[in-house]
Design a protein around this ligand. Structure first.
Ligand code: SAH
Length: 397
């Protein structure tokens, strides 16, 4: 049976020709045949020219995610094998193995496997199946990953909100091999961290901040550090390892703070070297200011504030406020390491936000380093949406 054909509306073929992987519902003129959601469709221009091939889901605003622009390339088992192999080989070539056993193996669209994320944590793989097209092929993909990577186990921990947009129920559990332990221990440049792949954020750990923690730590020797939005204390461990005098972890979640304390202890840092403060960063930073508390470095790594264009203004205000409060707490010559993981906030906009905060705080600020995503979270030129993380290391006067 011939693969169903999808015809684009006039003027909607350009992104497809440029290898952007998404087709939005508004771009579709008609779908021939009667494909099921999850099936492969052939994408044609309004003129009837073959353009690409991908999987369908009418329940999502992104009705097709494209897999290939090569008419000869069939979407069969060997296709998925080649794509996984390419992603895994690319990671192997990064030399990560000698510095960490935790990194992203497959980064969805950015690795030409839309909807699939795979993170490695020591002997385990944690995967996210975020689309119906991937869900339908999950068994095959799990088997291919098991054969290619030989992990002890593969655990699924898929993001609920993303699955909901695809009309999929939540999914979590062992998909292959043995159950991961309650806490896995990974290492990052010799530092050890406990990771809870069941209840932790994302798939358990902020792998995307690895190189940024390293860069930030290089400025922290001898400093009193405020690690705001600390999560399980990864920046704190790096800071003390780099010779920081003292670290305050601040987070609104009590459970992640106790994990931060465990991680600091695990790496050999005495309780006198750190403090854990539970509270809303927006309030606690203000309270620190009014009580006259000062720091020589502040790390700001908040969660995503901007989820849609409609949230962008509010998110911008949030970033500005938190940066303003942090600037108030810094001694002259202090270091501000500030991040945003909202894809909708560009690096340029983020710099402008920090500038606006500096103006309001009456402080002069120098950018020492601009930070982004590590190479295991690559940004595909034809898919700029894959870029989300940005940061600035600044000196504040
Ligand atoms: N820097 C961390 C990751 C931070 S994730 C690392 O390298 O591992 C963001 C953290 O911010 C989460 O732990 C979340 O609990 C916390 N958080 C979210 N909103 C907050 C708020 N208003 N005040 C303080 N912490 C908050």
């Amino acid at each position: 049976m011939a693969t169903p054909k999808l015809f684009l509306r006039p003027g909607h073929d350009k992104p497809v020709r440029r290898h952007h992987p998404w087709i939005f519902s508004g771009a579709v003129a008609r779908i021939g045949g009667q494909p099921d959601d999850g099936d492969i469709v052939e994408v044609y221009s309004s003129q009837g020219e073959w353009l690409a091939r991908g999987y369908l889901n009418r329940r999502s605003q992104i009705v097709v995610r494209l897999l290939t622009w090569d008419r000869e390339e069939a979407i069969d088992e060997s296709f998925w094998h080649r794509r996984i192999d390419r992603a895994v080989r690319a990671r192997a070539s990064l030399g990560l193995e000698s510095v960490t056993d935790a990194y992203r193996l497959v980064f969805a669209e950015s690795d030409w496997i839309p909807g699939l994320i795979v993170d490695r944590y020591a002997d385990f793989l944690v995967l996210q199946c975020l689309t119906l097209g991937i869900e339908r092929r999950k068994e095959l993909l799990v088997r291919l990953l098991a054969e290619r990577c030989r992990p002890a186990g593969i655990f699924e921990r898929s993001d609920r909100d993303m699955r909901e947009k695809e009309g999929l129920a939540p999914a979590e559990g062992v998909r292959w091999g043995v159950e991961p332990p309650d806490r896995l221990v990974i290492q990052e440049y010799g530092h050890r961290f406990r990771v809870d792949v069941r209840r932790g954020h994302k798939t358990g750990f902020y792998l995307d901040q690895r190189e940024n923690r390293r860069r930030t730590a290089s400025y922290l020797a001898g400093r009193r550090v405020l690690n705001a939005f600390s999560y399980t204390g990864a920046f704190a461990v790096w800071a003390l390892a780099a010779g920081a005098r003292h670290v305050v972890n601040l987070d609104s979640a009590a459970d992640v703070l106790s994990e931060a304390a465990v991680n600091l202890t695990l790496n050999g840092y005495p309780e006198s070297s750190f403090e854990c403060v539970e509270g809303d960063a927006f309030r606690v930073l203000r309270a620190f200011r009014s009580s006259g508390r000062r720091f020589d470095a502040v790390i700001l790594d908040p969660p995503k504030f901007a989820f849609s264009q409609a949230h962008l203004q509010r998110a911008t205000r949030g970033y500005k406020d938190i940066n303003l409060q942090a600037l108030h707490l810094l001694e002259p010559g202090g270091i501000l390491a500030t991040f945003s993981c909202s894809g909708l906030v560009s690096a340029d906009l983020f710099q402008k936000i920090v500038f606006a905060a500096a103006e309001d705080a009456g402080r002069e600020v120098q950018i020492l380093e601009r930070l982004g995503q590590p190479p295991d979270h690559p940004i595909r030129l034809s898919f700029p949406e894959g870029e989300y993380l940005k940061g600035l290391i600044c000196r504040v006067w």
